[in-house]
Ligand binder design. Structure first.
Ligand SMILES: [Zn+2]
Length: 483
């Protein structure tokens, strides 16, 4: 009996080890490509000028300084004379920009590259913490400093630099190319990208491929992953806030009657947090790990190669890390709790707001159904707040547009693994879902974990070398995705 058990164990060990080493990177060999001639010093100077425009988005849209946007538009016209001359250009809703570069073959569907012109404000009181003032556009030996160098005027400028350089080389795309730059992405894009999307839809235009800003090239995604990973978000989570409220008798605290509204609501919230929506390892998260492949450290590869055995423990393990947990499920977070105003009065009402970031596996309605089922208490009223958004559709990772995008990434960043991923935040891309079935969110920014705090934070900066890669990357996309 013992012998046969040992035999079985050995067989299992041999099989799992065999599978571990059979797991190979499926990504093709890096392919070299010709660098497009670009004068990087001059391009850096142009980016520095762009950083100096205070195209700041503020929660109160009436505080936006329109003149700064108009000045930036005029600057772009001067900075990119061939773009100005050869592309059709229109302003949308005053401050957003839409360009059209006519392709040679009108039978092919167009492509679109998008980014945004606005930036977030600098948090008052932190101006002095910057090594160089945030709107000065300072250039050091290695970096360009300033608000917008990472998010995302560098993207707008790199796209235009690539376009200008290709025009100079006499490149003519087969497909028509649209460039769309919204002016209010940081406050949801309702007036910028959303208007551009509506306009293109009203003209009956459908894109073959749309690339928005998004996730970066992360230097060390998981501890032990040797090569950097270019994360391409193929979907974006939805957004929902639910208001939960309980009304009760109230009265004086000297003669309490039954359960108070506070306790009842507290119980409901406790149940909700203890019973989140289920996490799933299949689908996107699995594709992400699959793409990282042999770049993973051996213990991870061993587990990953043997999902037949380890899927459940792996899912449980990943759920203990907040970032991977958020990638596998709809997250639940209680953000507001209000009740009571006097220590000797029992309040008649208790109110809370719970915020959900909806995974593409779920929907607004399925989240509400889950919440009601888990709370299982009719005295708790559940209402959805304005501003909810369904999760985006999931774009394909087996079609030609994705293959070409991945190819462009590998041509410019030969050492990286390209992995599909889920965007837990939001970008302008969601305003384009009706004009393109294939939407990808990727930004050719190299970011170490510690750099990520600079986005929307202090000392936002971009290395000059990386800026050169950005320009070359967008040029590859304009070549590869228009063939
Ligand atoms: Zn952005």
């Amino acid at each position: 009996m013992l012998i046969s058990f040992l035999g079985l164990l050995l067989l299992v060990v041999a099989f799992t080890v065999f599978r571990t080493f059979r797991l190979t990177v499926k990504t093709p060999e890096p392919e070299s490509c010709e660098q497009l001639p670009v004068n990087l010093d001059e391009a850096v100077q142009r980016l520095s000028r762009a950083i100096q425009f205070k195209t700041i988005s503020r929660q109160d849209a009436s505080l936006i300084d329109g003149e700064e946007f108009e000045k930036m538009h005029r600057f772009l016209d001067e900075a990119f004379p061939l773009v100005y001359e050869k592309l059709e250009q229109e302003t949308v809703n005053r401050y957003s920009l839409l360009y059209r570069w006519e392709g040679k073959n009108p039978d092919l569907k167009p492509i679109m590259l998008t980014c945004h012109l606005d930036v977030v404000p600098v948090e008052p009181g932190t101006e002095e913490d910057w090594d160089h003032p945030p709107f000065q556009g300072a250039v050091t030996d290695e970096h360009i400093y300033g608000r917008g160098t990472m998010d995302v005027q560098s993207g707008v400028m790199a796209i235009l630099e690539a376009t200008e350089a290709l025009l100079r080389e006499g490149f003519e795309p087969q497909r028509t190319v649209y460039l769309g730059f919204g002016h209010d992405e940081e406050i949801d894009g309702e007036f910028g990208a959303s208007e551009i999307g509506r306009l293109l839809k009203s003209r009956g235009i459908e894109m073959e491929f749309l690339l928005d800003e998004g996730l970066p090239v992360v230097e060390e995604l998981i501890e032990g992953v040797k090569s950097p990973v270019a994360l391409v978000a193929v979907a974006e989570k939805g957004y929902l806030s639910l208001e939960l409220s309980v009304a009760s008798e109230g009265g004086h605290s000297s003669v309490p009657q039954g359960t108070t509204s506070i306790a009842r609501l507290g119980e409901a919230l406790h149940r909700l947090e203890n019973n989140p929506l289920p996490a799933k390892f299949d689908g996107l998260v699995k594709s992400t790990f699959e793409a990282i492949g042999t770049g993973m450290p051996i213990p991870f590869r061993f587990i990953f190669a043997n999902l037949w055995l380890f899927k459940t423990p792996l899912r449980r393990f990943l759920a203990t890390i907040p970032a991977t947990d958020a990638a596998m499920r709809t997250t639940t977070a209680t953000t507001i709790f209000e009740s009571g105003m006097k220590e000797n009065l029992i309040p008649t009402i208790a109110r809370a707001v719970v915020n959900f970031r909806i995974h593409p596996n779920d929907s607004v309605e399925s989240v509400i159904a889950h919440v009601k089922k888990v709370i299982n208490d009719d005295s708790v009223k559940v209402e959805k707040l304005f501003g909810y958004i369904e999760p985006s559709p999931v774009s394909s990772i087996t079609n030609e547009p994705y293959r070409q995008l991945a190819r462009s990434i590998r041509q410019i960043f030969p050492e990286v693994a390209v992995a599909p991923s889920l965007m837990v935040g939001a970008t302008d891309a969601r305003h384009y879902t009706e004009i393109s079935p294939n939407i990808y969110r990727f930004f050719p920014l190299r970011a170490e974990q510690s750099d990520l705090d600079r986005v929307h934070g202090t000392n936002e900066r971009l290395s000059i070398e990386n800026y050169g890669e950005m320009i070359q990357f967008y040029a590859r996309v304009l070549i590869n995705n228009t063939e």
